[in-house]
Design a protein around this ligand. Sequence first.
Ligand SMILES: [Zn+2]
Length: 359
Amino acid sequence: MAASAKPNQDQDPIEPSRARYSRQILFENIGLEGQKRLGASRVVLIGCGALGTVLANTLVRAGVGSLRICDRDYIESDNLQRQILFDEEDISANLPKAQAAAGKLRRINSQVAVDPVVIDVNATNIERLAEGADLLLDGTDNFETRFLINDLAVKTERPWVYGAVIGATGLMMTILPGDTPCLRCIFEEAPPPEMNPTCDTAGVLGPVVGLVAGLQAVEAMKLLIGKREEINRHLVSIDAWAGRFTNLNVQSAFDGGNCPCCKRRDFVYLAGKVGSTTTTLCGRDAVQVNLGRGIRVDLEAIAEKLKPVARTGVRQNRFMLKAEIDEFELTLFPDGRAIIKGTADVERARSLYAKYFGS
Ligand SMILES: [Zn+2]
C-alpha cells in the first residue's frame, strides 16, 4: 500500500517553510508560534525609498503574510546608493519604485503576497489603502504624509512605526495609539521648510538608513507577533557619525499633553483640512503645488540650501526663488506655493517639492 503522500488540505501553512524560517524560529522570543503569527500578518508600507526598501526587504524575508507598498515615485540614479531593492536595470526600464520593489520581493520570497500601488498617498485614499492592515510603516520623507498616517493610525487605533533619516542622524519611534505618544504629541506641527533639511539638500548615508529601518523592522516584528508589551516606548535618536544612540523618554508628552490628534481627536490631516493641493497648469508643462497652511517660508534660507544642487545657481528676491535642478525649473513663493516647470505630472511635482523644499 502506498504511503499517504497526498498533502493534507488542512496542513499548517507554516510547516513547509519551517526550514526557511528556522533561524528566526530558533530565536526564543519568536518561536514557531510567532512565526505563524507573522505569516498571517498584513502590513502596509507607505513610501518605498531609502527606509521603505530596507523595511520591505527585511519583512518579506522574515515572512509576513502580505505587504502592500504605496509609493508615488520613479527611480533615479542617485537613489541607488541607499535604496537597496533597486538597480540600474530598473532605471533603464523606467519602473516606478513600488513596481520595481515588488518584482524583487517576489523573487526573494514567493510566499508573501506583495501588492504594489503606484500612488500619491493623501487624505482621499489613505483609508482605503490601509484597509485590513495590522500595522502601518513609515517609509516616507515628509511630515505631511507622516501626520496623515498618524491621524489614521490614532483614529483606527492601529500601531505605526515612525522613522526618519538625514545625513548620519536618524529618529525612530513606535506609536501605540492611546498608550504611547503619537507623532503630534512630539511634533505638534511640521517644521517650516527652511528648518526641515531633506536628503536632497543635506545628504544621507546608506548605513544610517539601514540602522533606522532595522530598528523599525524589529518593532514591527514585535507588534506583528503580538508582543505589544515589549516594544521600545522611547523616541530613539541616532547620530551614527558620532556613535551616539539615545533613548529619549517622551511618555510625559502623552500622559500630561493635550495633543490635538490623540487627545482632542481632531484629525485635520485625515479630513484634508491641512495638506497640500496641486493643480496642473494647462499648456505650460507645469504644476502648482500649494501647501495651504498659511505659512511663511524663508526664501533666503531655502536658496542657501539649494545652492549645491541647482544647475545654474539660485535666483532669489523677496517675492520668489527660482532654481534649475535637472530638467526642472522650480519657483517658490513666500507663502509656500511653488510652480514646478518641466512636468505636467502632479505626483512628480509633489515629489520634487518634498525633495527640494521639504514639506
Ligand atoms: Zn498625540
